[in-house]
Design a protein around this ligand. Structure first.
Ligand code: EPZ
Length: 415
């Protein structure tokens, strides 16, 4: 298993180009199940999770070529099953459920288990499909959904679920009649997916707001589209600049997708200037402690909570970090404490008292975004840090050690 070795204490300077968004590329690739013919998608990141969904789609009859620009043809769906072996490695495989039922009238998808950050149920996905007329059964750990043709329905999500909104939006494009999604998620990745579906001929309005309306059509046609930049990768590098005392030009990003983070980082004392697709960020001598509360978009993103906690670990005061989206997203706390951080968990909050210095240690990654926070902590810690189980990082960050090394970090991957 790969390890990442970091010798901390070096400020980061230079330009870093942000890759395409993992959480936009995954539903967009799954949407190719909705059309015959060849879809072309640009700015696809080269990540383990992308390889996984390509494998899953190929097993269903897709012909796929390319890495950054992907051509995907699903003239015929030959298998409607997403097996446990594949789904257990990537929960986002659930994103084939809606398109399969819409295009093929059936789907057999392994229930995605929980993961390090929580139980991650999919009950809202299934309830919505049933409201659209699908017959949904759970047997031997699989979701079995069938519908001759889905019917448009008025759906209200108990929670603004991101992949739930994406799944049902895709399913509704081929339903008969109109579907209204109330309490829909508003993430930029949903807007990106809606634009791709509209390019295929879908009739969708309201994406990016909490009410999305989809008027079903009888068929869709292939399209060519671009995946948006990864706002979580961009945010991770912004926080890295604040922590290490350097200055970064972050290119190929979309500052509008990061307003909540930009406001918080300015409160910590960072200098941030933005233009259309670039951000210039630099740290300040004194890091102010700020409180963080994660909420659905456009609030502070839960996927940047762990990275922000690493930053607040070396700030000058007390920071209360409240995680409201997932029930167990503090797995990074114990590893940060092993590096000398002063953090106490009280219920859904982590109380972080800044310390002057973190110390290098042998630590272990537990989930994707926790791993990123440990890399950030190691970049500023005194001495050497060895991070094991880095396969978590590879799921969501394209060649992270190469990007940080190019900015001056002493970081390398060892087999
Ligand atoms: C998406 O996960 C992202 N993954 C996550 O990113 C992200 O953290 C999350 O949205 C929140 O922004 C992808 O887009 C592939 P949710 P998703 O459904 O859709 C509860 C990363 O690091 N819920 O919005 O699975 C759920 O338990 C990953 O890239 C139900 O109760 O998240 C959670 O508490 C991690 N029932 C809340 O809603 C359901 O049917 C939000 O979950 C669905 C969700």
């Amino acid at each position: 298993m790969d390890k990442i070795i970091i010798n901390g204490g070096r400020p980061l300077y230079g330009d870093v180009r942000i890759s395409g968004a993992k959480n936009a590329a995954l539903p967009i690739l799954a949407s190719a199940l909705l059309t015959e013919g060849t879809n072309t998608f640009h700015n696809i990141p080269d990540l383990v999770d992308i390889k996984t969904i390509k494998k899953l789609l190929t097993s269903m009859g897709a012909q796929i070529s390319g890495t950054e620009t992907v051509e995907i043809n699903v003239d015929k769906i030959t298998d409607c099953t997403a097996s446990y072996d594949l789904v257990k490695t990537m929960r986002a495989s659930i994103l084939v459920l809606g398109p399969l039922v819409a295009r093929a009238g059936m789907a057999k998808v392994s229930l995605p288990g929980g993961c390090a950050i929580g139980a991650r149920p999919v009950n809202l996905h299934l309830k919505a499909l049933e409201e659209m007329g699908a017959h949904v059964e759970l047997s031997n750990g699989y979701i079995e959904a069938k519908a001759k043709r889905l019917k448009g329905a008025e759906i209200s999500f108990d929670l603004p679920t991101v992949t739930g909104t994406e799944n049902i939006m895709m399913a509704a494009t081929l339903a008969s009649g109109v579907t209204v999604l109330n309490n829909a998620a508003r993430e930029p990745e949903i807007v990106n997916l809606a634009d791709v579906l509209k390019g295929m001929g879908a009739k969708i309005s309201g994406a990016g707001t909490d009410v999305i309306t989809i008027e079903g059509v009888t068929s869709l046609t292939p399209t060519e589209a671009e995946v948006i930049p990864d706002r979580i990768e961009a945010g991770t590098f912004m926080i890295a600049a604040g922590m290490t005392g350097g200055e970064l030009n972050i290119t190929g990003c979309n500052p509008h997708h990061l307003e909540a983070l930009i406001n918080k980082l300015r409160d910590t004392g960072m200098e941030i200037s933005s233009s259309k697709n670039r951000l210039k960020v630099s740290s300040s001598d004194k890091i102010n402690s700020v409180d963080i509360k994660t909420t659905p978009h456009p609030g502070f993103p839960t996927d940047l909570q762990a990275q922000m906690m690493a930053y607040m670990s070396i700030a000058s005061g007390l920071s209360v970090i409240s995680e409201t989206v997932f029930e167990n997203r503090f797995m990074h706390v114990s590893e940060l404490i092993r590096m000398g951080a002063d953090i106490v968990i009280q219920g859904g909050n982590a109380v972080v008292r800044g310390v002057p210095k973190l110390r290098g240690a042998q630590i272990m990654a537990t989930d994707l975004r926790a791993s990123a926070s440990l890399v950030l902590a190691a970049l500023v810690a005194e001495g050497q840090t060895e991070i094991s189980r880095v396969y978590h990082i590879d799921r969501g960050y394209e060649t992270i050690e190469k990007k940080f090394s190019a900015l001056g970090a002493d970081i390398k991957r060892v087999k």
